[in-house]
Design a protein around this ligand. Sequence first.
Ligand SMILES: NC(=O)c1ccc[n+]([C@@H]2O[C@H](COP(=O)([O-])OP(=O)(O)OC[C@H]3O[C@@H](n4cnc5c(N)ncnc54)[C@H](O)[C@@H]3O)[C@@H](O)[C@H]2O)c1
Length: 397
Amino acid sequence: MNSINVGVVGVGNMGSAHVANIYKGLVPGMTLKCICDIDPGKIKKAAEFFDDSVVCFSDYDEMLESGLLDAVIIATPHFCHPKMTMDALKHGIHVLCEKPVGVDAEVVKEVNRIVGKSDKTFAIMFNQRTNPLYKRLKTIVQNGELGVIKRFVWIINNWYRTQYYYDSGDWRGTWNKEGGGVLINQCPHNLDIWQWILGMPKRIRANCEEGKYHDITVEDEVTIFAEYENGSMATFITSTGEYPGTNRLEISGSLGKAVVEDGKLTLSLLKTDERTICRESTESMPTEPYDTVIYDDEETEDGHLGILKNFANHILFGEELIAPGIEGINELMISNAAYLSSWEDRTVTLPLEPGRFTKGLLKKQEEERLILKEKSVTYEEPDLENTEYAERWKVRW
Ligand SMILES: NC(=O)c1ccc[n+]([C@@H]2O[C@H](COP(=O)([O-])OP(=O)(O)OC[C@H]3O[C@@H](n4cnc5c(N)ncnc54)[C@H](O)[C@@H]3O)[C@@H](O)[C@H]2O)c1
């Protein structure tokens, strides 16, 4: 086999970008065989783009049962992801699922159990893992170049969105159809990069402000404070309501600090470990020498295309997966914990007590159903020739 036959389910904004990339031949090793969407308008629009070799479905199960597919790309709203993933794997079909892997980590545990029993590939679209600066930062931290990590601080509030955005699909910005706001929609990328570089925290305290800047029931501003077992601290601040925004990631350790901002990584490395300086110096405020290195001429980010190519290369040639799907649960556990902490106004410990987040989400959904007025939906029509949508999801400085 030198190419896998792929189907895309959900040809909205993101799915149509994947469809276009594959159909245009930009993903070696992938052939677009099918598309599926419950919205006939979306199918009609997408179908105008290609010839009869691509088969259109309105029913996902029928597409899985068609025998036409080696792999499926899932680009439907988040709540569909776990069941669609499990159904495809049970049909012996490889899965590349859009982020987030689901809404409730408890449900995703079952997905990972099914993955464990399947010989098919399960990957997730964490395209920001292809960013060269984050890749370098991960290596620096894991090689111990920063010493013992003291603090991780990420201000990522350049996910600005307007009210028009939230009104552009009836599932957006709702507990019932999306399962949250900025944490579940925009931030899975950042929460994933956080845990990818530093691992999982132990305790989480968060404040999630709901409808602070938009007419929505879910959160559009979040501050998370997290603690690690070894005493390292992490702070994560995000918002869709601040413009112009900031994207600044700083990690400090006993041997120095790393800052990623404005498309460059600045590394400041001490010659002596700060713990030694603190204990042995005979001065109150010594000015210890440190070296500064700036990485700003990195290769470009591969983004969605990088993950698509890697998924095909993994299936065809055994290339190591950049983003294994079973890792999708990690960032979701952080966001579930942040919601629960904010709802219950307390510090929560990971892993969460089973059922506690689920109960909280059901309560939010019930409250929302009582207050939600009918939204006037003006769908942002996906345009397969338009590459701007996918670009939005690369790292922005
Ligand atoms: N990786 C990224 O950078 C990135 C960027 C944007 C969106 N996403 C993810 O992609 C997913 C879709 O987001 P979007 O912005 O494209 O949404 P969208 O609303 O534009 O598209 C979703 C599509 O799914 C279809 N759909 C819904 N239920 C279906 C079902 N049961 N069967 C078949 N089709 C169904 C809808 O009709 C719609 O066309 C979300 O999970 C989102 O988080 C990822």
